[in-house]
Design a protein around this ligand. Structure first.
Ligand code: NAI
Ligand code: 15L
Length: 280
């Protein structure tokens, strides 16, 4: 697969996944423009440049995106935080990224998260898996910002024709670390291949993809992956024996897909979302 004709902007380049992308896409010969508010800690890949900037700075984003064909948007708050901390990078910053893409006619690949739907219960046994058109059920301010990001994509496609691929990432780490990750794990190689497919697919429109490897215990079902031609190749199943019994513990965490994020400041009296009136 030849590199894209135009440079690709990567936000959050100094973060865990940004560094994986910089290395992986750099090795494929892509022309990368990397940016982050933190310094880039690795040697720059051949053909890459780095600009230190805040996502809150819309003018800086317009400049960095000039001439780019795609923006891999991985910058911002990446865990649960108070609303005030999340709002700047994840809401305002996202708007700046979308405006830059709109001006350039660029496609956005957005690092959404399973926490946009984290309060769906985990499927039991043969129960049906969750499809990507399910209701948003964010499990905190962070997950709410990811739902907003996906809806931002919906609106910019409908209104301005800005293509966007929304990756609902499970747990993208070098290897799965607990029982929940037997369902949510996304390997680094599957992740890089997913981003390559998301950028190079001839057309994407607005689409949503469950970004997890081929895990037998996955919580997730149908999505739009066929549109970009991606199929995961790795599987958390290879770690099953090692992780058996490594549960997170808390009943709320174990019940819902978002795991530990669900129990952060959880203050509902009833342990179940069905209250005394049977309401979900
Ligand atoms: P990370 O926290 O390592 O990287 C995020 C980067 O964004 C950091 O380098 C940080 O300096 C930068 N950043 C934060 N605020 C900024 C601002 N105001 N301006 C410019 N840059 C700013 O997170 P990670 O794990 O690399 O995740 C990357 C993206 O993927 C995030 O959007 C995260 O929400 C999403 N994601 C990651 C998952 C994972 O398993 N790693 C799972 C689901 C979603
Ligand atoms: C995320 O959205 C986070 O960015 C990542 O750090 C993990 O906590 C991941 O979700 C997860 O659910 O495991």
């Amino acid at each position: 697969m030849p590199p894209p004709n135009k440079p690709v902007l990567v936000t959050g380049a100094a973060g865990a996944l940004g560094r994986v992308l910089a290395k992986g896409l750099g090795e494929l010969g892509w022309r990368l423009r990397l940016t982050d508010i933190a310094p880039f800690p690795d040697p720059l890949p051949a053909g890459a440049s780095f600009v230190r900037a805040d996502l809150n700075d819309g003018v800086a984003l317009l400049r960095m995106a000039e001439g780019c064909g795609a923006i891999l948007h991985f910058g911002g708050v990446s865990v649960e935080q108070p609303w005030e901390v999340v709002a700047g990078p994840n809401l305002r910053g996202l708007y700046h990224v979308y405006e830059a893409a709109r001006r350039e006619g660029a496609r956005i690949v957005f690092a959404s998260s399973n926490h946009s739907i984290g309060f769906h219960e985990r499927p039991q046994g043969n129960q049906e898996r969750l499809d990507a058109d399910c209701e948003f059920r964010p499990d905190g301010y962070y997950g709410l910002s990811k739902a907003y990001g996906e809806l931002m994509g919906r609106m910019y496609w409908d209104k301005h024709g800005v293509e966007n691929v929304n990756l609902r990432i499970g747990s993208c780490v070098a290897r799965p670390l607990n029982n929940r990750m037997l369902s949510t794990w996304l390997s680094y190689p599957d992740f890089v291949r997913l981003c390559v497919a998301a950028v190079t697919a001839p057309r994407s429109g607005h689409c949503v993809i469950w970004a997890c490897s081929k895990n037998g215990a996955s919580f997730w079902g149908e999505d739009h992956r066929a549109r970009i031609g991606w199929t995961p190749e790795d599987s958390a199943d290879d770690f099953r024996a090692e992780l058996a019994g490594k549960n997170l513990g808390d009943a709320v965490e174990e019940r819902y897909q978002g795991g530990p994020y669900c129990s952060i400041e959880y203050s509902r009296a009833a342990p179940s979302p069905r209250d005394a009136f049977g309401l979900d």
